[in-house]
Design a protein around this ligand. Sequence first.
Ligand code: GSH
Length: 316
Amino acid sequence: MEPTDEQAGAWTKAFESGKFVRKSSEFRDQIAHDDAFDVESQRYHLYISHACPWAHRTLITSVLLGLEEHMTFDVVDWRMNPNGSWSFNPEEEGATADTVNGETSLEGIYSRAFDGWGESGRIGTVPVLWDRKHSTIVNNESREIVRMFDTLAQSGLGNGRTLCPDELKTDIDKMIDANYESVNNGVYKSGFARTQTAYDEAVTALFNRLDELEVHLEGREWLVGDGKGQLTEADICLFPTLARFDLVYVVHFKCNLRRIIDYPNLQAFVERMLNQPGIRETCHWHHIKAHYFWSHESINPFRIIPLGPLEGAHTK
Ligand SMILES: N[C@@H](CCC(=O)N[C@@H](CS)C(=O)NCC(=O)O)C(=O)O
């Protein structure tokens, strides 16, 4: 039976010929000097989910750039509501209350920033970058938040490190683009496909790209740069998807041609990322595993969370 739009959380997802189509993000402002959103310590707040790969990018970036002491963070519950919305549940280990606005759901945050949000039929996504001064959302697109954090780290707020050096910017953007539809979004396109053709196409494109990345990483440590390369935004954007792959996507989204552990270079890449100071602490494996299997009733109606795998997936 075709899942109803409600079961599929279709307020933020659209389907065309059985293909999952991700809607674009609504808030696209930037933090910048001399702008509505000036560079200021303790002004900005990040709402994230530890389950969400897009939000994970922003948390990793803030850690690597030393922005944690200049910003605050709240974490939603790993349980997604049936309509795809998120709640705060401070009772849950690793989750928090909404410490800035006192809301019980992320919808409350979006409603504060957008008149008529509730009537718009949309559901708010994580990550959300919130401005305490103007009580509004600055941006809710992970890739832009990651880039914006780099600018902040150059503006005296962070540790001065860059994850997007000027000379590598074009290559970084190319790499992020090349991985987005096939890999980052590709796992969702596989998992939420509503026709065999849509599924076949998504899985084929996903594994073609993983095969390419495996070859690309031969003799390299990082995706972009000369020699062994250097850690950049391109690595940060790929890692959250690979880190969830063997634990969740292989089974839940039927991405099972191969596992990451079957790709020596991709597996080594995941381990290299996990060994960067501060990164392992950003990986909340229980939130990740429980969220997917419990939340997507349309593809796992009894919410059974698999016991395995015994090997391969990173859970420590
Ligand atoms: N383009 C967004 C996508 C964010 C996104 O889809 N987040 C998911 C969690 S993994 C979400 O909040 N989904 C809510 C829903 O689909 O109902 C970004 O990269 O920031």
